[in-house]
Design a protein around this ligand. Structure first.
Ligand code: GDP
Length: 469
């Protein structure tokens, strides 16, 4: 066992002659983030750039020419949808490029590397193979971890208390309070309640709230409409009685935990070695301090999912395994001129520090960065009288015209966005950011070139560069 770390699940592969069996290490990279954070674009650009390494110079294995080849292979899990790399790449590289379809469920892709021998024992060992299994899954599903150790009653009471003052929850709350939980179970009524609660969850997500469980209500995949997703938090004081609406809601909540949440954590989450969490920090900043505060809380929630020992149920499932590296990456940095990137990075770093403290997180190696998986803009400085503005120029999603924008500024000190209890708009990114909707740039890629990005190679180096060396 000494030579192989715990992360190396062994794949005994037989090649050439039957006797020539050898072990090929596998590294499982989780890619998550709330919907719209940029998972699909990230994976597509990462895979393309690892296969064509011209733009990945910040990776050691690339600089030292260790990678002989990178290629896609059939994934190990037959029952999991494959990440639709080719279709997504075709969207990004079409004559009129467009953004691919976003992540709706879990999917997987195996990228394999053939590595040239290096180091002291290189000549003895010959070429090596490393399989990078990339697992794409919605961040919304991760937040469901908080449900596993709770009863229906505890979850419902807590949810009802938290959403009490949220205008978006008004419709649901009015309906839920108007019914008697002891009424006989009635399917149309359950469906109506679940539908209204889902509408609330969707609105809450749009407003940046992170406490949006059950996560599958937002991205149901093939479970849409099934009883396991047809429940809602009902106010009640006493215990439930047989045959009542309340009893059925409790039963479905337990079924949701056992049949939906548990399998996801057992089959996918528990096997992850390295994790990247994509966050749309720019959008949060644009929405103001409250949204930034919410983003910080989501990051803490995510971190606590990775903190062994925090959750007894999860600890049993992980059996001592733990994720080794977690990267929080603020995506879409191509909306900003590079002179603002350091400020964006400083903000995500500050949020990460705060989240580590809050989640009392120690152990795994964490990092924060600002990146653009696919760079859709070029920089341009515009003068207006004595002033100059650092702009970005790109092709507009709406109409396809080229235009340059000044997104506005980020605070030079992240504390100005993070001070606790802040309310009201603070005016960061209040320039053109609101209307900046770029399409992917039209590219004429030369063979071997790779897609343009910002610091994707640094992100890759942190996530799995050590295993290519
Ligand atoms: P997912 O829901 O996490 O899979 O998110 P996607 O990868 O589908 O990204 C959502 C949207 O964010 C895309 O349709 C793009 O509009 C935008 N986006 C994602 N990554 C980038 C990027 O690197 N640069 C820019 N300019 N936009 C991006």
């Amino acid at each position: 066992d000494g030579l192989l770390s715990g992360t190396e699940r062994l794949t005994g592969a037989v090649t050439g002659t039957v006797s020539e069996a050898f072990f090929e290490p596998v590294l499982r990279l989780g890619v998550t983030g709330l919907s719209g954070a940029g998972k699909t674009v990230f994976i597509t650009a990462l895979v393309h750039n690892m296969m064509n390494r011209a733009r990945m110079g910040q990776m050691q294995a690339v600089a030292s020419d260790r990678i002989a080849a990178a290629y896609l292979q059939p994934q190990p899990d037959d029952m999991l949808p494959r990440f639709d790399y080719e279709t997504h790449l075709a969207a990004l590289t079409a004559p009129t490029p467009h953004w691919p379809e976003s992540t709706r469920a879990v999917s997987e892709l195996r990228l394999s590397f053939r590595l040239r021998p290096g180091g002291m024992f290189g000549a003895l060992t010959g070429a090596r193979v490393l399989h990078l299994d990339i697992i794409d899954y919605p961040g919304e599903w991760l937040l469901d971890l908080a449900l596993m150790e709770r009863s229906y009653r505890a979850w419902a009471d807590d949810t009802l208390a938290r959403i009490d003052h949220r205008p978006a929850a008004r419709d649901y709350l009015d309906r839920a309070r108007a019914i008697d939980p002891d009424t006989r179970h009635d399917e149309p009524l359950a469906q109506d309640l679940a539908a209204r609660f889902t509408t609330y969850l969707q609105a809450a997500r749009r407003q940046g709230f992170a406490d949006v469980t059950p996560g599958r209500f937002l991205l149901p995949g093939d479970l849409a409409g099934s009883p396991v997703l047809t429940f809602a938090p009902l106010p009640a004081s006493g215990p439930s009685r047989r045959g009542t609406l309340l009893r059925e809601m409790e039963r479905r909540f337990e079924a949701y935990k056992a049949r939906v949440v548990q399998p996801f954590f057992r089959d996918h989450f528990a096997r992850i070695d390295r994790q990247v969490v994509l966050v749309d920090a720019l959008d949060a900043i644009h929405h103001g301090p409250q949204a930034v505060e919410m983003l910080g809380r989501t990051m803490s929630e995510v971190l606590s999912a990775f903190r062994p020992g925090r959750n007894a149920w999860l600890s049993r499932l992980l059996m001592g395994r733990r994720v080794e590296r977690i990267l929080f990456a603020a995506t879409k940095a191509d909306h900003l001129h590079h002179t603002q990137h350091a400020r964006l990075t400083a903000l995500v770093e500050a949020l990460l520090r705060q989240s580590r403290d809050r989640a009392d997180f120690a152990g795994a190696c964490t990092a924060a960065m600002s990146i653009a998986a696919l760079r859709a803009t070029v920089e341009e400085t515009r003068r207006q009288g004595a002033d100059s503005f650092d702009c970005v120029r790109g092709r507009l999603l709406d109409g396809g015209r080229q235009a340059a924008f000044y997104p506005g500024e980020l605070p030079d000190d992240p504390a100005r966005l993070l001070a606790p209890g802040r309310t009201g708009g603070e005016g960061w990114l209040d320039g053109d950011y609101r209307i900046m909707r770029f399409a992917p740039a039209a590219l004429s890629l030369r063979p071997g070139e790779g897609l343009p990005h910002i610091r994707l190679d640094r992100a890759a180096e942190f996530l799995f560069g050590d295993r290519l060396a």
